[in-house]
Design a protein around this ligand. Structure first.
Ligand code: SAM
Length: 682
């Protein structure tokens, strides 16, 4: 929104940083850089309701819908979001769920946002809930997903530049709120490329749009992106504003032919969601439990199948797992995925821990510069994020020793928000209230008239279910639909060792390990009298026996950073635990619908020739079967986000990740790569 009566910075004044805000009339944020206010101090809420809600025919447009998605340019204080949420909540005919996806390059701090909301006491109950989920930490670029109103309202924030973010986001947006600063003050938010991106992120069945301005730059840009424009009376004294509709394409409206241009990567297009009420999840580790939780929170009936006689019996059964952030130095895809995964997990686990449902300690993690290469990476992190001590802090050797509690040979960095978690408690919390079938080994998934039926090794059958998620490596290889993944999933044996706390006490200097230390391995503070250290990485080793050799390896790794401790240890005195993790060749997990391997080969067999303008059918899947596996040792920071992705796919919600990452984790990527490199033939 904008006011026409604010002053631009006086000529000759220093340009002000774009994210800086000052305050006018008490609680009205003002951007000195853009020379504009965030909302009209007198009638801001009335203007929001008139321009964006009425302009998009809300509340009518969401009535009797299962799900409705609003997209916005410029989240700012969230006033538009709060107004939409309030209107939705007071509408008896509202859609079952409301999704709000907005972009913001300069997110407000929590305190500033709370202050801005003071202008709107009637929104206070919504504002309070938003403030509760708003991160205390700096929000890094990327997609941030928040859940409100018991999961019925989702807020997805694309942090970054509007054009870049909306160009790389598959939104399925039903209506748009265009609310950058005034076009004359912020032309970037009214750029033709942005409008083209919004058209691309719209619901293919059509979308509406409203904005407070009727400036030519907006009208022309929207028209050239395919929107049909109408002018209407503006709010208050403003003469005009614009509303618009993006019609559904005439031809092949529902894409019944399923044909896409090659540029669209049709092999990664997601199946069109149908109404799903019941889901079977196969695999009772962290991934399966996270999926069960995400679906259960959305009101779906979930049955969780586990072959062992208890949940969390494999890698998720370790007593301690590091909750270490993966912060990126560059744009590498794997880093971007796990950076998003960490912030999602961290928020979720912190909330459960505050409720006493998960055992965790956010004591911080030191990441040591154990080699020149590692030093370079950590220096890169500090260069990128060193001004954000809430995320990462540089430590020299003395500072690292002081934080850790024992002398350390090098410096490194400290992640203050991180720590350790007891993974079985996370699995327990996630699977609370779920229908759990233990000691049940599912061997096949078949189609019946009413849905998917599962069969176990004793020929007992379960179902029908509307959808199935296979969340486990072994399970993946067992099922006919996914057995081709055998070639792409590698078991990696990992043994951890337990260090009794007395051994440290006997060192005689009264020191206590105060935070997690990540070096080439890791060591944690004590839990129930034991520190955990490790771990080994035995590629292609699928055995889980405890080995003295592996303890010896863990001791020798520890000796490189804590020689006095390692000296007191011998393999024969240690307890430990060995389990398998599953990795993929590109170190990214497999999350998404299950590709029909043979149909992929038949449909895309000639893509290695890169035919220009070729038309291909939409991705062929095993209907209603989904995959969730391949997190390696990063299940804690990968599985909760994976579950959110799958629940969004199944429940027709906006996705919690940008397109490039969605493609990078898509289970069909190995088939497509194989075809393009001619390693696979039809
Ligand atoms: N809708 C907001 C509300 O309800 O409070 C007000 C939005 S304010 C008028 C415009 C917002 O756009 C500001 O928060 C600003 O930081 C953001 N912005 C400006 N340029 C941007 C860009 N290129 N990409 C993303 N966000 C941008």
């Amino acid at each position: 929104m904008t006011a026409n009566d604010v002053t631009m910075p006086a000529e000759g004044d220093e340009p002000r940083p774009a994210g800086e805000i000052t305050w006018q009339d008490g609680n009205v944020p003002f951007s000195p850089h853009f020379g504009d206010i965030y909302f009209n101090p007198k009638d801001g809420l009335a203007e929001t309701r008139y321009v964006f809600l009425e302009g998009n025919n809300l509340p009518s447009a969401w009535q009797n819908r299962e799900s409705f998605a609003i997209g916005e340019t410029g989240f700012g204080t969230g006033l538009n979001f709060l107004a939409a949420w309030q209107s939705w909540n007071s509408d008896l005919k509202r859609s079952r769920r409301l999704h709000f996806v907005s972009v913001e390059k300069y997110p407000l701090s929590r305190d500033d946002m709370i202050r801005a909301h003071q202008s709107w006491p009637e929104l206070s109950q919504y504002s309070k809930q938003l403030a509760e989920i708003w991160p205390h930490e700096t929000m890094l670029p990327g997609v941030h997903r928040f859940s409100l109103a018991h999961g019925n309202v989702s807020l997805t924030l694309l942090i970054g530049d509007a054009i870049e973010c909306w160009s790389d986001y598959d939104g399925n947006i039903d209506c748009w709120f265009l609310d950058g600063f005034a076009p004359s003050r912020n032309p970037d938010m009214w750029h033709p490329h942005l409008f083209a991106a919004l058209a691309g992120a719209s619901n293919p069945r059509g979308a509406s749009l409203a904005t407070f301005t009727a400036a030519r730059i907006a009208r022309d840009g929207l028209e050239s992106a395919g929107f049909e424009i109408s002018k209407r009376k503006g709010f208050g004294y403003k003469r005009d504003m614009i509303t618009a509709t993006l019609p559904a394409p005439n031809v092949d409206n529902d894409n019944t032919l399923g044909l896409f241009e090659i540029a669209d990567d049709p092999w990664f297009n997601l199946p069109r969601p149908k109404k799903t009420k019941s889901v079977a999840v196969i695999g009772g580790g962290l991934a399966g439990a996270a999926c069960a939780d995400a679906l259960n929170a959305r009101g779906l009936a979930v049955t969780l199948f586990e072959k062992a006689d208890q949940l969390a019996s494999a890698a998720s059964g370790n007593p301690i797992g590091m909750l270490e952030p993966y912060l990126t130095v560059d744009d590498a895809i794997m880093g971007r995925f796990y950076e998003a995964g960490y912030r999602f997990s961290h928020r979720k686990i912190k909330k459960l821990s505050n409720q006493g449902l998960v055992e965790a300690d956010f004591c911080g993690v030191i990441d040591l510069a154990t080699s020149a290469r590692k030093r370079e990476r950590l220096d890169g992190l500090i260069a990128r994020l060193g001004d954000k001590p809430d995320l990462v802090e540089a430590l020299d050797g003395d500072q690292a020793s002081e934080r850790f509690g024992l002398p350390l040979p090098y410096g490194g960095v400290f992640y203050p928000s991180a720590g350790w978690v007891n993974p079985p408690s996370v699995v327990r919390a996630f699977s609370d209230g779920i229908d759990i079938r233990l000691s049940t080994t599912i061997t096949a998934i078949s189609d019946a008239e009413q849905g998917k039926v599962l069969t176990d090794e004793n020929w007992a059958s379960y179902g029908p279910f509307d959808a199935v998620i296979i969340a486990g490596a072994l399970e993946m290889q067992m099922m006919g639909q996914t057995s081709w993944l055998r070639d792409h999933l590698t078991p990696v044996r990992g043994q951890i060792s337990f260090l009794p706390e007395e051994i440290l006490a006997n060192l005689g200097n009264g020191s206590v390990i105060k935070c997690v230390l990540s070096h080439k391995g890791y060591i944690t503070p004590a839990r129930d009298g034991l520190h955990v250290f490790g771990a080994t990485f035995g590629r292609d080793d699928a055995q889980t026996d405890l080995r003295e050799d592996d303890h010896a390896f863990n001791i020798s790794q520890l000796g490189k950073v804590l020689p006095d401790v390692a000296e007191k240890l011998s393999p024969d005195m240690l307890q430990g635990r060995a389990s398998l993790r599953t990795t993929t060749a590109d170190h990214l997990p497999l999350i998404g619908p299950a590709p029909d391997f043979d149909a992929y080969l038949a449909s895309y067999g000639d893509i290695d020739k890169g035919k220009k303008g070729a038309r291909y059918i939409d991705a062929p899947y095993h209907k209603d079967v989904y995959i969730c596996t391949g997190f390696g040792a990063r299940g804690l920071i990968g599985a909760p986000l994976a579950a959110e992705i799958l629940a969004s796919e199944i429940c027709d919600m906006p996705l919690p990740l940008e397109k490039v990452l969605m493609h990078a984790i898509h289970p069909a990527r190995f088939i497509i790569r194989g075809l393009k490199r001619r390693q696979l033939t039809a």
